[in-house]
Every structure is written in structure tokens, then in C-alpha cells.
Design a protein around this ligand. Structure first.
Ligand SMILES: C[S@@+](CC[C@H](N)C(=O)[O-])C[C@H]1O[C@@H](n2cnc3c(N)ncnc32)[C@H](O)[C@@H]1O
Length: 276
């Protein structure tokens, strides 16, 4: 049982400073968690094979949208274990891997070298991608539990669309937010809070992100809804081509019995041809 989250009230006047403080806290926790996260990825054994078998990383609804990316310029935002980065590189793309945590990126650099993959790495917050030029990528991919760490979803997706060329593709693949609302329980689904309560949720946790335990590291989560992510994509200047929800199994790290609930969702969008 870990510390129950509490909600922080946001006010319009201090939100920008507060957002960057919250992201700094998350960065510190991810830096501390990086060795554990890398060990988890080692035990799954996917990162060593996914450049040859991208189906280990990308689900079937996504694969048709990744068929034509040889020599494309691709950015992966919030790259974490970099399995998506390695899989996209294996499909022939020129990939830039972006993450806020230097320690996460260091593991990824070592792994890319081990696999013989040429990847560009950039340490940046997804809400401020000044290190990347506007209109410079053919595809931006993000997801696998990234939005949950980000205080300003609109700015995150706006930056993703800014770095895309006109008609470039934006792909979001995320854990389904309906799975984030439940109390810790073995056999019953009991809501801990409303689906519509975005947070921030503050926790004091240890350095294991998957199997949470009490600790002294501050962590802030944001529970964006499906409509938040759809509307942030549209507001950023992209046209949604597909929205899919899929999967219904439970995972051993989840705190409640999730079988039967949607597991993941994917947004496939295209930047407007007129946008600059
Ligand atoms: C759960 S991982 C997601 C990537 C991949 N699916 C995985 O499971 O490793 C979350 C990653 O997002 C990064 N992250 C968190 N907040 C971020 C931010 N504001 N900007 C950029 N990266 C961020 C973390 O450092 C971490 O590497």
C-alpha cells in the first residue's frame, strides 16, 4: 500500500511556474528510477529484439500507419525504455529520442550502441522542444504512459505538431485513462476518484515506478481523459484520421482487476497542409 495521492489546486496566475516545478520533481524521480526501469526492460527482453520485430512494441491497429517510414525523420517524445525508438529505427526511420531524464537517455544510448543503431538523443521537456526545429519531422510518436507525467497537455501536443512538417503524422499510443481511477483492490473495481478529475495527484514514492512503494521522491500525475487528448490534438492543428481502443487484459503491476476494461488507445492524426 502506498501513499494516497492528494490533489493540488491550480490557479491561473501561478500555473506556468507550478508546471515547471512539477516537471522538475518528476524528472528527479525518473532519474532516480532509471536503473530499475532498465532492469525491468532487461527482464522483458524486448529492447534487444524489437528493431527486428516491431510487432513486439506496436499493437496491430498501429502497424498499418508505420509501413512507409523508411528514411523518414521521426521524433519519439518521452522515450523512456526506447523500445519504440529501436522499433522505428528497425523500420528504417532516422529517429530522435527525446526524454526529460538524462539517466533514462544514458541507458538508451548504451543500448543503441549495443544494437548498432544510430539514434539522435535530446534531453528536453515535451512542453518545450526548442532544441528541435519547426516543420522538421515526418512523424512524431509519443505514448506508453507519457501524458500522465505532463502538466500542460495542450502545450505538449502543440510542440509535437510544431516540429512536424505540414501533412506529417502524429501518433499517440497511451494507456487507457479509464484504468487510472480505481482504488487498490484485489477483487473489486471501486473508484478512488472521478474520471474527470485531472489532478495534479501528488505522491511520495520510492524509485520503482512500476511497483509503487512509499518513499521520499515527489511525483505528480495528471489523469487526462480521452477527450482531452483528442481535443488537444485538434487544437494543435492536426486532423484526426483514426481513434482506436483495444485490449482488455490485466497486468500484474496494476492495482485493481482491470480485465474487461479497455487497455490502450491510439490517435492517428495528420498536421494540416497549411500549417507552418
Ligand atoms: C513510462 S515512460 C514512457 C516511455 C516508454 N513507453 C516506457 O515505458 O519506457 C515515461 C518517460 O517519460 C519521461 N518524461 C516524464 N515527463 C516528461 C516530460 N515532461 N518531458 C519529457 N519526458 C518526460 C520519463 O523520464 C520517462 O522516461
Amino acid at each position: 500500500m502506498y501513499n494516497v495521492a492528494y490533489l493540488i489546486m491550480q490557479t491561473p496566475n501561478n500555473s506556468e511556474k507550478q508546471f515547471s516545478d512539477l516537471h522538475q520533481a518528476n524528472q528527479k524521480r525518473w532519474d532516480a528510477a532509471a536503473d530499475n526501469w532498465a532492469a525491468c526492460a532487461d527482464s522483458r527482453g524486448i529492447w534487444q529484439k524489437c528493431h527486428e520485430d516491431p510487432g513486439l512494441v506496436f499493437s496491430p491497429p498501429l502497424m498499418p500507419f508505420l509501413q512507409d517510414i523508411r528514411d523518414s525523420r521521426v521524433a519519439v517524445l518521452g522515450s523512456g525504455d526506447n523500445q519504440a525508438v529501436f522499433a522505428l529505427a528497425g523500420l528504417g526511420a532516422k529517429v530522435t529520442s527525446v526524454d526529460i531524464s538524462e539517466n533514462q537517455l544514458q541507458h538508451a544510448r548504451e543500448r543503441a550502441e549495443h544494437l548498432g543503431l544510430e539514434i539522435a538523443f535530446a534531453r528536453a521537456d515535451v512542453t518545450n522542444l526548442d532544441v528541435l526545429e519547426s516543420n522538421s519531422f515526418d512523424l512524431v510518436f509519443t505514448g506508453g504512459h507519457v501524458a500522465v507525467w505532463v502538466a500542460d497537455l495542450q502545450q505538449y501536443y502543440a510542440e509535437a505538431i510544431r516540429i512536424l512538417r505540414p501533412r506529417g503524422r502524429f501518433i499517440v499510443e497511451e494507456y487507457h485513462p479509464v484504468r487510472r481511477i480505481w482504488k487498490e483492490s484485489r477483487d473489486a473495481l471501486v473508484p478512488e476518484h472521478s474520471y474527470y478529475n485531472r489532478g495534479p495527484y501528488r505522491y511520495l514514492l520510492g524509485d520503482d515506478v512500476l511497483y509503487k512503494g512509499n518513499g521520499s521522491l515527489e511525483s505528480f500525475e495528471f489523469h487526462w481523459t480521452i477527450s482531452d487528448m483528442v481535443n488537444a490534438t485538434i487544437d494543435a492543428g492536426a486532423r484526426i484520421m483514426r481513434l482506436e481502443e483495444y485490449g482488455e487484459s490485466g497486468e500484474d503491476w496494476e492495482d485493481a482487476p482491470m480485465e474487461g476494461l479497455p487497455e490502450q488507445f491510439v490517435i492517428i492524426a495528420e498536421k494540416s497542409a497549411l500549417a507552418s
